[in-house]
Write a protein that binds this ligand. Structure first.
Ligand SMILES: Cc1cc2nc3c(=O)[nH]c(=O)nc-3n(C[C@H](O)[C@H](O)[C@H](O)COP(=O)(O)OP(=O)(O)OC[C@H]3O[C@@H](n4cnc5c(N)ncnc54)[C@H](O)[C@@H]3O)c2cc1C
Length: 461
């Protein structure tokens, strides 16, 4: 990369520009385990105007820019695979406004998701999207990935809460998209287009979010099954009964065994599948509905259903759920993850297929995820000393899984995004005309292909 852009960035932004190798090192990786990709320079702006300066200079010098939030992404979206400028929004942590009357929050992209949730709860409000990484990921990253979480089953994903965005384009122009009103159908929905665009179209510098009233109470239950497929069937059964839990999470026996020791919640022994069911709303109805959920689980073959109606038990349960990914990673030499989504009625076939794929490729398969939405996280675990062997096995397993998922009407990613990891499979999911349309959109927003190049869209452009 030309030294001249670093000189220009330093002249314009001074100490916000980082070139010292040790200080740049944390920006070379993310949570995807897709290797180390060092940028040539890191810039950590504190205002939208500074973001625009970076994007103007990058266009002038024809240098790639990779936006980054908190670097918790699992598909490699924030990895600067072509070097250039790594633009981190980690210093942009202002909550400009929590408007209680209009139920709106306006924030900078670097605000940590859990921080906003705690802040709006002080006003009796509620921001539902709850990725398991909520204590470390940023709202800018959530918008760029259209993040989900357990509560997406009832409340929907991030896109449902983004009313407006202010974004900077490559070259430095700024677009103000969307509105503050809860409803609006004026023109093409460019706000929704930017949500989930994984930093390939624009850099988000200000976000207007819709909020809800905070639910008055919540209760939870844990149902254990002798067969993982039965737990999947119970999800369909609950839907049939007209029940709409706020979260409906699945853990297979491998996951439960990995968190059992470190968790304050005591999980039942011997289960091959566990469903975590949470309901929120008016306290008067909750326990009745929880019992109906328990009955639906029993009708699908649950061996044991435990209610977690007190706050401490419920908190421990969710803390345990959030430990899964890290616990699997810590226990094995190699872990490679997928984030597929299938129609809920296909989940029992999918979990059976995953187990068989794992066996065929000598990998331990662990499955957990947002079962209410058919969104399953699959971890391919391997303890072989040779990392290349582990990578080969998980790549073969992934390809078989992709074929299965697309064959049953599912999709490559439920919430972690395409990024670097799933990019080459896009041609299997999307017909050529659709990919052509996506490429045309990319070209319109980023004609020089400098904004997060090498992500999301498969070659060739
Ligand atoms: C333990 C663990 C659990 C997780 N659980 C969940 C889960 O339940 N649900 C879920 O959806 N995800 C989950 N994730 C994945 C990850 O946390 C989310 O994808 C999150 O939205 C990423 O946010 P981030 O700030 O870390 O973004 P980063 O990883 O920094 O970036 C992600 C993408 O967003 C782009 N980007 C970031 N900021 C901007 C910006 N201001 N403008 C434009 N583009 C931008 C980047 O270029 C990149 O493509 C989990 C991750 C971990 C490690």
């Amino acid at each position: 990369m030309a030294r001249s852009i670093i000189t220009a960035l330093e002249a314009a932004l001074g100490a916000l520009v980082v070139t010292e190798p040790d200080a740049m090192e944390p920006f070379s990786t993310d949570e995807s385990t897709l290797g180390r990709h060092p940028p040539d320079v890191v810039v950590r702006p504190t205002t939208p105007e500074e973001i625009r300066i970076v994007l103007r200079l990058a266009a002038e010098h024809r240098v790639p820019v990779t936006p980054r939030g908190a670097g918790t992404g699992k598909s490699g979206g924030a990895l600067p695979v072509r070097g250039g400028v790594l633009l981190s929004t980690d210093r942009m942590q202002k909550i400009y406004e929590v408007d209680e009357a209009n139920r709106i929050a306006v924030v900078e992209p670097g605000v940590i998701t859990g921080t906003l949730q705690a802040r709006v709860e002080e006003e009796g409000l509620f921001y539902p999207p709850d990725p398991a990484s909520l204590d470390s990921c940023s709202l800018g990253g959530n918008v760029a990935e259209n993040a989900g979480g357990p509560r997406a089953y009832r409340y929907g994903v991030t896109r449902e809460y983004v009313l407006g965005l202010e974004v900077a384009l490559l070259g430095g122009d700024r677009l103000v998209l969307g509105r503050r009103s809860p409803k609006g159908v004026s023109g093409y929905d460019l706000t929704a287009l930017v949500v989930g665009s994984e930093g390939t179209l624009a850099v988000i510098d200000r976000i207007t979010l819709r909020l809800l009233p905070r639910p008055r109470a919540a209760v939870a239950a844990v149902a254990s099954f002798g067969e993982l497929g039965d737990a999947s069937r119970a999800v369909v059964e609950m839907g049939r009964s007209g029940l709409l839990p706020s979260a409906l999470e699945l853990l297979d026996g491998v996951c439960v065994d990995h968190i059992r020791e470190g968790s304050a919640y005591r999980f039942p022994e011997g289960a091959k599948g566990v469903l975590l069911v949470e309901l929120d709303g008016d306290p008067e109805r909750l326990e009745i509905d929880l019992i109906r959920c328990a009955e639906a689980c029993e009708a699908s073959g649950a061996m044991d259903v435990r209610l977690a109606t007190d706050e401490l038990q419920r908190r421990r349960l969710w803390e345990a759920r959030r430990m899964v990914s890290e616990a699997l990673k810590a226990a094995h030499r190699h872990k490679s993850s997928d984030d597929i989504a299938v129609p809920v009625g296909e989940m029992h076939r999918t979990v059976a297929e995953i187990a068989q794929i794992g066996e065929r490729h000598e990998l331990l398969a662990a499955v957990f995820g947002h079962a209410g939405d058919g969104n399953l996280h699959v971890s391919w675990l391997c303890d072989d000393e040779d990392p290349r062997l582990a990578a080969r096995r998980s790549a073969r397993a992934r390809l078989e899984l992709v074929h299965h998922v697309l064959g049953v009407g599912g999709t490559l990613s439920g919430e972690h995004g395409i990024g670097l990891r799933m990019r080459k499979y896009m041609v299997l999911e999307h017909p050529p005309q659709e990919l052509q349309m996506m490429r045309a959109i990319k070209k319109l927003w980023d004609p020089l292909d400098l904004l997060n190049p090498g992500k999301l869209l498969p070659e060739p452009y």
